[in-house]
Structure formats: structure tokens, C-alpha cells
Design a protein around this ligand. Structure first.
Ligand SMILES: [Mn+2]
Length: 288
């Protein structure tokens, strides 16, 4: 019997030059003392490829139109697995070519390399924690502090959403840097997160990078993380926030980090991480 050849009319691009966005997976959790985030991309991708993404034979990854909103198809080049040490050079190269990047981690320290490569003016940080530990080691708990202290991003261009677990010492230091004024948590998180992100995307200086530690979600929606903290965003709120960010022409890069499949027998965290990637890629404005 003749083998069926599946023909996908949208599976046309073969090089990153043709792509509207670059997608990379980062199965690296060397920056996490907890471990397990290295398994995130593999588990998430297996689910995505079953349902929502089709590769061509050269490895390009393509998305059908947005499953919710429809609209034009965005063609994405799948850059494959990249570890921490290789991220910055690649991100710099794509940035210079005007390519937008969507990354799937991996522990949150990988975001340091992504942001160093992309060099955004403004940074939106969605996280249950401020990632403000003081250490010279690569650490998922120190990423944001390192980016600010090293001058990669100016503190006044940073906004944090969903932080609800920060020690007093970190709060004081963040206050000194002027960051506490720009931290959305508590009651405001419940009532205002989407409006806050919309305002930021509208007024922040471009280009903007958005980093999502999936523990920004409530553990009811994302239990598969290193350090779950109650009181986070709902999955629906986070999905809407991702759409708002992705639709902005100011967006230069976005990542979804810290999915730890071994902490979640239900797979709901991996499904959510995959869904966020799909929403991010399929809502990017189509460039001419
Ligand atoms: Mn984090």
C-alpha cells in the first residue's frame, strides 16, 4: 500500500531567514538547585506536536492559525535545543536580523542569556518570585537582580507581575532600586493584571522582552514548578496576558520557563506551557 504523504500547504519555509519568528527550546536546568525543568521542553513539545504543530522534514515548525482567534498563519523556524552557553550568541544574531524569539525552558537562569543576547530596552517579568538573590553563581533565583545590576536592563524599565514571595531583604533592595513601585501583586494582581500589562506594552520603550516563570500561575493551574506559591494568576488570565504581549509590535522576545513535569502527574502545567507558546507564536503580528 502506498504510503500516505501528508501535505501541509503552510509548511513552506526551510530557513530562519524566511521565518517571522524563531522558536527555541532550552532543556537546561543547571541553574536550578531543584532540577527537573530540563524535562519541560521535551514533554511540552511531544504534546504540541501531537495536536498543534507540524514540522517539515528540515525541522521547521509551523502553526496553523490561532486555535481560538483564527487569523493569519505565522511561520516559525524551530531552532531546536539550545543550552545556556549557546543562547546569547544565537539571540544576538537573530536580534540583529530583526527576528523575534519565543523560547521554552528550562530553568529561569536561561533568561539571563536570552536577555543579554536580545538587549531589550524594557522587560516584563511574570513570576511568583522576584529572582533577586545575591549570588555570583548562575541561579534561577538571581536572574533579574543580575540583569539589573549588570546594567543589561535599567531598573526603571522593568515591571514585575505576580510576585508574591519575596523576603524582606529583597523587598528593601528592590525598593532602593525603585522596583517596588512597579510590582503588581496582592489585590491589584486579582483585579488589574491584564490592564496593567496592556498599559505597559503601550507605553514602555521598545523593544520589549517578556519573561514568564510559569509559577506566576496559581498552583491550581500550574502545580509542576520548583516552588509553587498560592495566590497566582489563573491560566486564563495568563493566556490573555500572553496574547496582549504577542500582539504588540514592540515585542522582541518572550520566554516560558520553569515547567517541571515530574512535579505534575496531571500534565496540566506542560499543557499550559505549550498553550502559552502557541498563543505567543500565533498572535505575533504578521510582518511584511
Ligand atoms: Mn523565576
Amino acid at each position: 500500500m502506498k504510503e500516505v504523504q501528508w501535505a501541509y500547504p503552510w509548511a513552506t519555509i526551510e530557513t530562519e531567514e524566511e521565518a517571522q519568528a524563531i522558536f527555541l527550546t532550552v532543556p537546561d536546568d543547571e541553574g536550578s538547585e531543584f532540577g527537573g525543568a530540563c524535562e519541560g521542553p521535551g514533554v511540552v513539545m511531544a504534546w504540541m506536536e501531537e495536536l498543534h504543530a507540524v514540522r517539515n522534514e528540515k525541522g521547521g515548525l509551523f502553526y496553523v492559525e490561532n486555535p481560538v482567534c483564527g487569523g493569519p498563519k505565522v511561520e516559525v523556524f524551530d531552532a531546536g535545543d539550545t543550552m545556556y552557553d549557546g543562547i546569547e550568541a544565537k539571540a544576538t544574531k537573530w536580534r540583529e536580523k530583526g527576528r523575534r524569539i519565543v523560547a521554552l525552558g528550562g530553568d529561569h537562569s536561561n533568561t539571563e542569556a536570552l536577555v543579554r543576547g536580545v538587549k531589550p530596552k524594557s522587560l516584563l517579568w511574570l513570576d511568583a518570585h522576584p529572582d533577586f538573590w545575591k549570588t555570583t553563581d548562575r541561579s534561577y533565583a538571581a536572574t533579574l537582580r543580575r540583569l539589573i545590576e549588570d546594567g543589561v536592563v535599567g531598573a526603571r524599565h522593568v515591571r514585575l507581575v505576580g510576585v508574591r514571595s519575596a523576603g524582606e531583604a529583597h523587598r528593601l533592595e528592590m525598593q532602593e532600586m525603585g522596583l517596588l513601585r512597579h510590582l503588581l501583586c496582592g489585590h491589584d494582581l486579582m483585579t488589574d493584571s491584564m490592564h496593567y500589562v496592556s498599559e505597559f506594552m503601550e507605553h514602555a520603550e521598545p523593544p520589549i522582552y517578556v519573561s514568564v516563570d510559569i509559577d506566576v500561575c496559581d498552583p491550581a493551574f500550574a502545580p509542576g514548578v520548583s516552588d509553587p506559591v498560592p495566590g497566582g494568576l489563573t491560566s486564563r488570565e495568563l493566556i490573555e496576558i500572553i496574547r496582549i504581549c504577542a500582539r504588540s509590535p514592540k515585542l522582541i522576545g518572550l520566554d516560558v520557563m520553569e515547567c517541571v513535569p515530574s512535579m505534575d502527574d496531571t500534565m496540566r502545567t506542560a499543557h499550559l506551557a505549550g498553550w502559552l507558546v502557541i498563543e505567543a507564536l500565533s498572535n505575533l503580528p504578521v510582518l511584511n
